[in-house]
Design a protein around this ligand. Structure first.
Ligand code: SF4
Length: 185
């Protein structure tokens, strides 16, 4: 089962998702920021094959509203693309249990702004496409190329491995040898 973080990573850089999930190249994760007074909520769907962890859930009448906390400032308009997709994925997961769930919020703590994200058919389709493409990517042994926007690489925590061609080639070879051995048993 994939996580919402996985499909967001696919959207950010397909190669990164592959390096981490298939080749197991993972840099020590930075300490997760926790917000005092919040209880995280795990949601999952065996139908979608997707799971996620929501920072806060607000109850309004019959519906539940996911709230994602972000430490940075809000953009001038709306929310950042990754945050919009994250909320949309949470809403889809919640809808299985709470069909009336249709919106959520991204709360940007640095600017103290709470921005609404409303699910719509296009956003739903985008999440489903990301999910299906992520599954497809992880089921094949094909190394994706580097992401086009090199700005993304600047702060990527696995950059030193990603650009180390012989290291990645060796990891790929190991994976292929392993699946060849499995096929021969
Ligand atoms: S260094 Fe760049 S291409 Fe490599 S995984 Fe990171 S973001 Fe993707």
């Amino acid at each position: 089962m994939l996580s919402v973080s996985d499909i967001l990573m696919y959207n950010y850089c397909q190669r990164k998702l592959f390096l981490q999930k298939v080749l197991g190249i993972i840099e020590k994760a930075p300490k997760e920021i926790t917000f005092s007074g919040t209880i995280k909520h795990q949601v999952s769907s065996s139908i979608l094959g997707l799971r996620g962890v929501i920072d806060q859930l607000e109850i309004s009448g019959e519906s539940v509203i996911p709230v994602e906390l972000k430490t940075g400032k809000a953009p001038k308009q709306g929310v950042y693309e990754q945050h919009q997709l994250q909320l949309a994925a949470y809403i889809l997961l919640l809808q299985e249990q709470y069909p009336t769930a249709t919106y959520g919020y991204v709360y940007y703590l640095a600017s103290n702004e709470k921005k609404k994200v409303l699910i719509n058919p296009f956003l739903k389709q985008e999440v489903m496409q990301l999910l299906n493409s992520s599954k497809k990517l992880l089921s094949k042994q094909v190394l994706p190329s580097y992401c086009e926007n090199k700005q993304k690489c600047l702060n990527c925590e696995i950059k030193k491995y990603c650009y180390h061609e012989s290291y990645v080639a060796e990891k790929m070879q190991n994976i292929m040898n392993h699946s060849k051995a499995l096929n021969n048993t």
